[in-house]
Design a protein around this ligand. Structure first.
Ligand code: NAD
Length: 488
């Protein structure tokens, strides 16, 4: 066991952040954690100083230097305002895997599922969290869902390696590939490829909506769940709440060289400053940090003291239950109770004994793949047009759009909000003023770039300026680089 102190960066965050971080650091100190703590300020205080990304250059330096970050929750504006600093930190430091264990503490914390022990492995860098959004037409917005083969491979590999290292039996993939056939289809395709390398681990797939419903109704069916960023965010809050409180949820963000540990919940503005927040999520996150930096002895001490406190019925308001709990306490009393039990072990729940091995899972390099060639066969051109709001009015738009045609390209369909509205548009089909004109080569052959740009020029000429263009490719492996419109 090394007596050397490990440098870590700490941020106290916003809302209940300072209260739960103070509690966590007091418990870690009492447990003899060997930490060289570097504090940084991020979040609301910096926004108020006009630092709109919420973090200074010096803090970035500190994070890159220490490589380990214990972070309290930070405030993010809803709707407009600044971008989420959480997402920025995760992506900038390459923290691709978000690991969220959700465990029940029956019979000491009320839950309908005494044996629940689910780990959610959430992709942490891609998906709708890329935050790439556009509005080229007043009243219509598009968000880009970014899924890559590399991102999917890393997270699926992580899930299986995690399962292998932790004696887990099953990995469940949750996707919505019946609707997002390309994005979620790619994620699931990669999942299957990686799963084939782990024949000893059971694999299954759920469409995410019924998958989440099952997590809420019968979480003991699940072991490890791997999923995309947004689904992972939602399903892990459901799972944490099912264990008894979102205040118990842990979030470990793991990258190749850096790692960040936090509570799953947010800044809880409704209870901030009242001294009643449950510090358990952040504390349990710090236990994952201690195992990551090789201080398994301290991690075991803290975890056992925390379990004993929970067993003794000393509970914060969010988990307090008449008939189960013994004492309703605030953050400070809860902290003192854990410190008083340092060195003790739980009597009913399993005693923790973590190994002292530093570093997380080491993943093999990404699979090498040949780059597949592609052929340009047309373009989807988005235009703003306000002369009709029903599909039955789209003939007029088609007539103008056809005037822009160049040799070798034809108007194939028009769609609106993803549904085909021309030809044969129906009077019932409502349309937004953002229309998609699908132009394709007449003979299925390659289209030249110059033909597309000429057509875009022509559209200006006929009074239909384009607001966005997506090129249509066909890949040499036979895969189209675009989906059909609904009804196409
Ligand atoms: P929240 O998780 O902060 O709160 C949801 C509910 O759970 C509230 O009723 C709250 O009182 C309760 N709760 C949360 N943590 C608790 C704890 N430790 N003890 C007792 N009760 C607790 O979610 P929200 O209200 O949707 O978000 C508030 C802010 O937090 C937003 O600005 C959001 O962007 C931010 N947020 C930050 C993070 C992060 O920093 N990782 C994560 C999620 C949300």
């Amino acid at each position: 066991m090394s007596t050397q102190k490990t440098p870590i960066t700490v941020a106290r965050g916003d809302g209940i952040g300072p209260e739960i971080m103070d509690a966590t650091l007091r418990i870690l100190e009492a447990a003899g954690a060997r930490l060289d703590i570097h504090e940084i300020e991020i979040g609301e205080k910096l926004y108020n100083q006009g630092i709109m990304n919420g973090i200074s250059d010096e803090s970035w330096d500190k994070l890159r230097e220490t490589k380990v970050f214990l972070k309290a929750p930070i405030f993010t504006t809803m709707g407009g305002g600044f971008n989420s600093l959480n997402v920025t930190v995760r992506k900038t430091l390459g923290l691709y895997a978000n690991v969220r264990p959700c465990v029940s503490y029956h019979p000491f914390i009320k839950t309908n599922f005494p044996n629940m022990d689910v780990v959610i492995v959430r992709e942490n860098e891609e998906d709708l969290y890329a935050g790439i959004e556009y509005s080229q037409v007043d009243g219509a917005v598009q968000s880009i869902k970014m899924i890559t083969r590399a991102g999917s491979e890393r997270i699926c590999r992580y899930a299986f390696e995690y399962a292998k290292a932790n004696g887990r039996k099953k990995v469940t993939c949750m996707v919505k590939d019946n609707i997002m056939k390309m994005a979620d289809g790619l994620f699931y395709e990669v999942f299957q490829e990686i799963a084939a390398e782990y024949p000893d681990i059971e694999q299954e797939r759920y469409i995410v909506d019924i998958g989440m419903a099952r997590v809420a109704a019968n979480p003991t069916e699940f072991d490890v769940i791997v999923t995309e960023n947004l689904y992972g965010d939602i399903v892990s809050d459901i799972a944490a709440e099912v264990t008894g409180s979102v205040g118990l949820g842990i979030s470990a963000n793991i990258g190749e060289s850096c790692a960040m540990f936090e509570a799953m919940h947010g800044t809880a503005p409704d209870i901030a400053g009242q001294g009643i927040a449950n510090p358990s999520g952040l504390l349990l996150g710090s236990i994952m940090m201690l195992t990551h930096i090789g201080q398994g002895d301290v991690a075991s001490r803290v975890h056992n003291a925390w379990l004993k406190t929970i067993e003794d019925g000393i509970h914060t308001g969010d988990i307090y239950q008449e008939g189960i709990s013994k004492q309703r306490v605030g953050t400070d009393e809860f902290t003192k109770a854990v410190i008083e039990r340092m060195g003790q072990k739980p009597e009913t729940m399993a005693v923790k004994d973590y190994p002292s091995v530093a570093g997380g899972l080491k993943l093999p390099p990404l699979k090498q793949r040949d780059v597949v060639g592609k052929t340009l066969i047309g373009a989807d051109v988005f235009v703003e047009w306000r002369d009709a709001d029903r599909a039955s009015g789209s003939d007029a738009l088609a007539n103008i759009a056809r005037q822009a045609l160049v040799e070798g390209i034809d108007l194939s369909i028009i769609s609106n909000r993803g549904t085909k509205v021309w030809p044969d548009g129906q009077a019932e089909t409502f349309c937004a003023p953002l229309w998609r004109l699908r132009y394709k080569s007449t003979n299925g052959q390659e289209v030249m770039n110059s033909q597309v740009t000429k057509m875009l020029d022509n559209l200006y000429g006929v009074g239909l300026p384009f607001v966005k263009v997506e090129k249509l490719y066909e890949f040499d492996n036979g895969k189209p680089g675009f989906t059909k419109a609904q009804g196409e």
